[in-house]
Design a binder for this molecule. Structure first.
Ligand code: BGC
Length: 727
């Protein structure tokens, strides 16, 4: 009896740990006694205050005094600067000069910033660097730890090349799949964007300051310079700034880039609601805000609005000194901006000209970084269709393969805009597939379908170009269609006439509609823009040397009309509350492929959802578990996804939202119990009347499975004032 009671007590205690986040250590900000930390819970964080157990979302603790020495150093330097010198710190050089740096101040011994783009590696005017797969491909890995490693590698290359800050990551919500810069971000889900953005920033900031961009509602490319995003507060907070807020609070990011567009009538660079109220006051951001390049429009309004650094040149901020002497801008505003700038410089050990750079040029395109680029490419590719298991290719059965299409012999690395990276080489699909095929398989190529005749298998490589999608200044802009070009659709259909088996590989930054050719393809692979090692990664997956594990990070519609209106041809666009899977849940239109979807060469079964608590506190954490079994005959990775629904809500909310996931690798026949932590404050909605995040104290629904449309495991839990362990 005694043993029994002891055991129950132990179990109850264990469950309590699963239900309620342990208090934060006020000194370190670390969780005490927490050995069940989620995969994405990196290191010390300025987190929600989980100590009281009441609804505390939005009430975040102010940063501790740990930065005292830095503050003292900042104060000393600041007091020695003249107004002119302070203003000089707040912008790039004068017009016409270098576009990615701010000036040194040799008198004070202060170094300027040397910024570099961007999300898929270091962009250089001259020279080469490791070209990683684009961010959307890395998002599709659902592997934040991998993203942290990629961030760290890019950060090391920034330093190795003699620069000191990185203009990445991009975390804008993919509001519509037609967005021209879809490839630069991690997809449509704001919470997931936060998780991946946190990982990226942690990686980058192990080396150099990161600059998260583009704040905010930068979701349209064609009219990015003029568009006014009209967005209500709930929509803004939940769908367009949630990820930025998470990144400030959990990754202590150094820099924010204010976007080109307007939000609710104010340009982002002079938007006091975004920059002063949300970012600096409410979220306690202590880094600096830089304008996107040429995004500033004013002197006084920008300074008062919260813009700390104007880039690329000192244009509007040339008038700052006059604005101060004329009384339009208080000198305290200048001091605050310079304090922010200096604080980051000191924090990253690069403030002083007397401190030599310690970057290592050997890391640039090092074997380790190239291997990481290949790993990332493999991890992000998504198997969309695989009829009669045409893949993996059996080297013994298939003697001749044709790899066809223009893009079979040209590597597509992605946009040629600010995110472009030049590697010293890039492996094309044809080269990669041929290299991996081995000596017994003949691999031929042609741009048309001629080489498909006599081949056992035809692989069509179809892609989008920078004219189809990309940054507006490089011939790109938003997409007008989600279809492939007509000649590529024709090539696929022709290949199906000639060849018995057809595999289509897609290289693009987002969804492709396929009504006109899907039936012609036995297998379809989304390779995104897979980086310098992409061709090799493709080969390794197609031949089954590795298994597919990528999962979509956006909903793929059957047709353009299934999406909400894009509004990319007008200067004012209403940002509706629902987009992506939230919109498809609402309209009940079936997508072509749901969010979170991806096939594998093996099969998995998920079962036995355990919700360990009846009631969990609003500041708590619920660690649910599920059994995952590899029921196929190959090793593979499954991404188990947990969505929370709000059937008892009193307000406008989506049907469900992604709030947790776990990636698990299993050998054939193996079954494992995986834990998925759900942070209850993440379930908050933004109350537009109270102007704060609110966790509803009602019964919530939990849906667990393998994509947004395949959620066989369901349960409920109550959020209430007192956490209670299930009997
Ligand atoms: C882009 C930014 C980029 C900046 C500097 C702008 O056009 O929007 O993402 O960081 O240029 O290259």
């Amino acid at each position: 009896m005694g043993t029994h009671r002891g055991l129950s007590l132990l179990l109850a205690l264990a469950a309590l740990v699963a239900c309620d986040r342990p208090p934060l250590d006020p000194g370190t900000g670390l969780q005490g006694g927490d050995d069940a930390s989620p995969q994405w819970d990196y290191g010390p964080a300025r987190d929600w205050d989980g100590t009281t157990g009441t609804a505390t979302c939005g009430d975040y603790p102010i940063k501790s005094a740990q930065a005292l020495t830095t503050d003292e150093r900042v104060a000393t330097i600041l007091s020695g600067l003249s107004l002119g010198e302070k203003v000089e710190q707040m912008a790039g050089f004068t017009q016409g000069a270098e576009m990615f740096a701010t000036p040194d101040n040799p008198k004070a011994g202060i170094r300027g910033f040397k910024f570099r783009d961007g999300p898929r590696g270091v962009r250089l005017e001259k020279g080469t660097a490791t070209c990683f797969p684009v961010a959307v491909a890395r998002g599709a890995s659902w592997d934040p730890e991998l993203e942290r490693r990629v961030g760290e590698a890019i950060g090391k290359e920034v330093r190795g090349l003699g620069h000191n800050s990185l203009l990445a990551p991009t975390v804008n919500t993919l509001r519509h799949p037609g967005w021209g810069r879809a490839q630069e971000t991690y997809g449509e889900d704001p919470w997931f964007l936060g998780i991946m953005g946190i990982a990226s920033v942690k990686g980058i900031q192990s080396q150099v300051p990161a600059c998260v961009k583009h704040f905010a509602c930068n979701n349209i490319e064609d009219t990015r310079m003029t568009n006014n995003a009209v967005v209500d507060e709930q929509t803004l907070r939940e769908n367009y700034t949630r990820q930025f807020e998470m990144i400030v609070k959990e990754a202590d990011v150094a820099c924010f880039m204010a976007a080109y567009n307007k939000v609710n009538n104010f340009y982002c660079c002079e938007n006091p609601t975004l920059l002063r109220k949300l970012l600096k006051k409410e979220w306690q951001f202590d880094g600096f805000v830089v304008s996107d390049w040429f995004a500033a429009h004013t002197t006084v309004e920008s300074a008062l609005g919260g813009l700390d650094v104007e880039m690329p040149w000192r244009f509007f901020y040339d008038g700052l000194q006059l604005a101060v002497s004329g009384g339009q801008v208080p000198e305290e505003v200048i001091d605050e901006a310079v304090e922010r700038i200096l604080r980051i410089k000191f924090k990253f050990g690069q403030a002083l000209l007397s401190e030599p750079y310690d970057g290592n040029p050997e890391v640039v395109e090092s074997p380790a970084h190239i291997a990481l680029a290949r790993e990332a490419a493999r991890s992000g590719m998504v198997l969309l269709k695989n009829e009669e298991s045409v893949l993996p290719i059996d080297r013994k059965a298939v003697k001749k393969i044709a790899v066809i299409g223009k893009w079979a012999v040209e590597a597509r690395l992605g946009d040629a805009g600010s995110s472009s990276v030049t590697p010293s080489y890039a492996i094309t699909p044809y080269m990669g597939i041929k290299a991996v095929a081995g000596k017994d398989v003949e691999v031929v190529t042609s741009t048309d379908a001629s080489s498909a005749a006599g081949a056992d298998l035809t692989i069509v490589v179809a892609a989008l170009t920078q004219q189809d999608e990309g940054e507006a200044w490089n011939g790109g802009g938003d997409r007008d269609t989600l279809d492939l070009s007509a000649d590529q659709e024709k090539l696929i259909n022709n290949a199906a006439q000639i060849s018995e088996k057809v595999v289509v590989i897609l290289e693009a930054g987002g969804p492709i509609t396929m009504e006109k050719w899907k039936k012609s393809a036995d297998a379809i692979v989304m390779a995104w823009y897979p980086g310098m090692e992409g061709g090799k990664a493709m080969g390794e997956l197609l031949f089954g040397d590795f298994n597919f594990s990528g999962r979509l990070v956006q909903t793929w519609p059957v047709k353009w009309e299934d999406e909400p209106e894009f509004g990319n041809h007008q200067d004012q666009t209403e940002f509706l509350y629902l987009h992506g899977y939230r919109h498809f849940d609402d309209t009940k239109v079936a997508p072509l492929f749901p969010f979170g979807f991806g096939l594998s060469y093996t099969a998995f079964e998920v079962s036995n959802l355990v919700i360990p608590c009846e009631v969990v506190t609003p500041g708590g954490r619920l660690v649910v578990s599920v059994d995952v079994e590899n029921t196929g005959d190959r090793k593979g990775i499954e991404v188990v996804q947990a969505y929370v629904g709000y059937p008892n809500t009193k307000v406008r909310r989506p049907v469900k939202e992604l709030k947790g996931f776990a990636r698990v690798e299993l050998a054939p026949g193996v079954k494992k119990t995986v834990e998925i932590p759900i942070r209850i404050p993440d379930l908050a909605y933004f109350d537009k009347d109270k102007h704060k995040w609110v966790v509803e104290q009602v019964e919530h629904a939990l849906y667990v499975g393998t994509n947004a449309a395949m959620l066989p495991l369901q349960g409920t839990f109550v959020v209430g004032p007192e956490g209670k362990v299930a009997p």
